[in-house]
Design a protein around this ligand. Structure first.
Ligand code: VG1
Ligand code: CO
Length: 538
C-alpha cells in the first residue's frame, strides 16, 4: 500500500504513545509497524510475538499486525489469547520461544478508551525494549516511508488457543498466563508462601481492571492458595473502568485506605495497565518504589532462584540512592542509568546487574528484560514468608541498618510545552553558576545535566534530566516526561537522606520541605508553568 510519512512517530521513554484517535487514522499504525519491520533484524524463519494490555483498539491493531507480519516474511507469530500479553509475559515469551522480537501494544498506566491513549512498543530478541539505536532507526524510517506491506486475509479468531495459517505464516494463539506463571513458580519459594497463607497471612491485589487480573488470579488464588476475592478489579476492561491504571496512592486510593485502616490485610499490592509496575503497601506502611528496590535487593537471597547470584544493582538516575547503600554493604556494583527500562537491557545481558528498579514503581530482574509487577509482589511475599516478618518491621529494620532516603516525586501534568521547555532551558543556563549558591539551609554542591555512557556498548545518552545535588547528600532532579500524549509533564524528584542515627519515622512532606522550596527557587516552577502545586505526588 502506498503511503506518506506522519509527523511525530518518535518513540518516547517506552514506545510510541498517542491518542487512540491518532492511531485510528488510516495508515498511522501501519506506517509505524512497517517502519519497525523495515529496520529490525529478523534473520531466517523469524518468530514475532504479539500481544497487548487489552485496551481499546488492541484487537484492531493485532489483526493489522498479523497480516503485515505475513507480508513481511515472518514464519510464525505467537499471539496471546484475546490479544492479551502483559509486558513482562511478552518479554518472557520472546525469550522462551527465541523470537526475533515482539510488538507490545500498550500505553501502560495511561488511561484507555476511544478518547484516551494507545501505544506500540518494539522489543528485541533479548525480550527487552528496543535500545535507542533501534528506536532512532525506526523513527528515521517513519520519516521516509512510502509503502507498507500486507496481504489479503480474514481476521484471525484471537479467542481460541490453537494454530492457523495466514498466508504462508503460522499464527499460534497461546495461553497468555501459563508460561509466565510457570516461570514465577521456578523463581520463588511457593511452598514457603503457601505455608504463611495457610496460617492466616492475607493480601489484597488490585489489578485495576487491567492486564494482570488473569495472571494474579492464577498465581495468587490458584497456585498460592489465597482466598477467592484476594484479587480485585481482576477482569481486564478496554477502558480500565474509566480509571487510570496507575498503581500509586492517588489512583489506587481505595487500596491505600484499606491498608491504613482497621483490619487491613498483611499486604496490599497493585499493578498497572500492562503489568510491569507494582505498588507495595504493608499494613499501615507504604513502601516507596525506591525503598522497595533497596529492600528487595537486600533480601533477594531469600528467593531460591537468586541465591548466591546477586552481581549488581541498577537504578534509574531519579530513583533514590537507597539501593546504592545496599550495593555497597553487599559489595556489589551499583549502576545509575537514564529513565526507561531499555537502559537496563545491556547490564542484564552482560550479567553485570541482577536486579533493577525505577522510582516510578518498576522493579525487575534478569528473569526477563522488562520490569515486572507481579514478580515484585511475589518476591516481597517470598521474603516476608522466609523471614517471618511484617512489611512495617522489615522497613524499620532496613532503615535502622542503612538509613532512610525520604523521597517524593511531584508531577505537573498537562502543562504547556513552551513553558516546560523554557523552564528546562533556563535551568540549563543556570547550571554552571549554581554550585555554592544557598537555598534556605541548602547549599548546592554540584549541578549537571545527566549523561549516561553505557558500560557495555559505549553508547552515550545525553540530556537525561537536570540534577541539583546539595551538600549533605540531598538532591532535586528535574525532567520532562517522555510517555505523555498531551502537552508536557514536568517531573520534580526530591530526596533527603537521613542516617540510621536520625529521625527514621518522620512525615515525608516535612522531611522534604527544604528541597521542595529549593526546587521552586531554582526553577521558578510557578512562573514557567502557571502552577503553584503539583497534580500528583507519589
Ligand atoms: C515513565 C517513568 C519511567 C518508566 C516509563 C514507562 O516515563 O518515569 O520510569 O520507565 O514511564 O513505564 P516518563 O518519561 O513519563 O517519566 V510504563 O509502566 O509506562 O511502560
Ligand atoms: Co507499565
Amino acid at each position: 500500500m502506498p503511503t506518506t510519512p506522519f509527523d511525530g512517530q518518535k518513540p518516547g521513554t517506552s514506545g510510541l504513545r498517542k491518542k487512540v484517535k491518532v492511531f485510528q487514522q488510516p495508515g498511522y499504525a501501519e506506517n509505524f509497524i512497517q517502519s519497525v519491520f523495515d529496520v529490525v533484524e529478523k534473520g531466517e524463519a523469524a518468530t514475532l510475538v504479539l500481544g497487548g494490555d487489552g485496551r481499546f483498539h488492541n484487537r484492531t491493531v493485532i489483526q493489522q499486525a498479523i497480516r503485515m507480519a505475513a507480508a513481511n516474511g515472518y514464519a510464525r507469530v505467537l499471539v496471546g489469547q484475546g490479544g492479551i500479553l502483559s509486558t513482562p509475559a511478552a518479554s518472557h515469551v520472546i525469550r522462551k520461544y527465541k523470537a526475533s522480537g515482539g510488538l507490545v501494544l500498550s500505553a501502560s498506566h495511561n488511561p484507555g478508551g476511544p478518547d484516551e491513549d494507545f501505544g506500540i512498543k518494539y522489543n528485541i530478541a533479548n525480550g527487552g525494549p528496543a535500545p535507542e539505536g533501534v528506536t532512532g532507526a525506526i523513527h528515521a524510517r517513519t520519516q521516509e516511508i512510502d509503502r507498507w506491506l500486507t496481504i489479503e486475509a480474514q481476521d484471525v479468531d484471537l479467542d481460541t488457543v490453537g494454530i492457523v495459517e495466514v498466508g504462508d505464516m503460522n499464527v499460534q494463539i497461546i495461553d497468555p498466563v501459563a508460561d509466565y506463571a510457570d516461570l514465577m513458580e521456578d523463581l520463588f519459594d511457593f511452598a514457603a508462601i503457601r505455608k504463611i497463607v495457610a496460617s492466616g497471612f492475607t493480601m489484597r491485589f488490585d489489578a485495576m481492571s487491567a492486564v494482570t487480573g488473569p495472571y494474579a488470579k492464577e498465581i495468587l488464588e490458584g497456585r498460592l492458595g489465597f482466598a477467592e476475592g484476594t484479587v480485585v478489579n481482576g477482569t481486564p476492561l478496554e477502558d480500565f473502568g474509566g480509571h487510570h491504571p496507575d498503581p500509586n496512592l492517588i489512583h489506587a486510593k481505595d487500596l491505600y485506605e484499606l491498608m491504613m485502616g482497621e483490619g487491613a490485610p498483611d499486604l496490599g499490592a497493585a499493578s498497572d495497565g500492562d503489568g510491569d509496575r507494582n505498588l507495595i503497601i504493608g499494613r499501615g506502611r507504604f513502601i516507596t518504589p525506591s525503598d522497595s528496590l533497596a529492600m528487595l535487593a537486600a533480601n533477594i537471597e531469600c528467593a531460591p532462584a537468586y541465591k548466591g547470584r546477586l552481581t549488581g544493582i541498577a537504578r534509574s538516575m531519579p530513583t533514590s540512592a537507597a539501593a546504592d547503600r545496599v550495593a555497597e554493604a553487599l559489595g556489589v556494583p551499583a549502576f545509575e542509568t537514564p529513565t526507561g527500562w531499555k537502559f537496563f537491557g545491556n547490564l542484564l545481558d552482560a550479567g553485570m546487574a541482577t536486579i533493577c528498579g525505577e522510582e516510578s514503581a518498576g522493579t525487575g530482574s534478569d528473569h526477563v528484560r522488562e520490569k515486572d509487577g507481579l514478580w515484585a509482589v511475589l518476591l516481597w511475599l517470598n521474603i516476608l514468608a522466609v523471614r517471618d516478618i511484617s512489611v512495617d518491621d522489615l522497613a524499620k529494620a532496613h532503615w535502622a541498618r542503612f538509613g532512610r532516603n525520604y523521597y517524593a516525586r511531584h508531577d505537573y501534568e498537562g502543562i504547556e510545552k513552551e513553558g516546560a521547555d523554557a523552564l528546562m532551558a533556563a535551568l540549563m543556563d543556570e547550571l554552571e553558576a549554581l554550585p555554592g549558591q544557598e537555598f534556605g539551609d541548602l547549599v548546592v554542591e554540584e549541578a549537571d545535566s545527566f549523561s549516561y555512557t553505557d558500560p557495555v556498548d559505549g553508547s552515550v545518552s545525553a540530556n537525561q534530566g537536570i540534577r541539583i545535588l546539595f551538600v549533605g547528600g540531598s538532591r532535586v532532579v528535574f525532567r520532562l516526561s517522555g510517555t505523555g500524549t498531551a502537552g508536557a509533564t514536568l517531573r520534580v524528584y526530591l530526596e533527603n537522606y537521613v542516617p540510621p542515627s536520625g529521625d527514621l519515622d518522620a512525615e515525608t512532606g516535612a522531611m522534604l520541605k527544604a528541597q521542595i522550596d529549593a526546587a521552586e527557587a531554582v526553577a521558578g516552577i510557578a512562573r514557567f508553568t502557571g502552577r503553584t502545586a503539583p497534580d500528583v505526588i507519589t
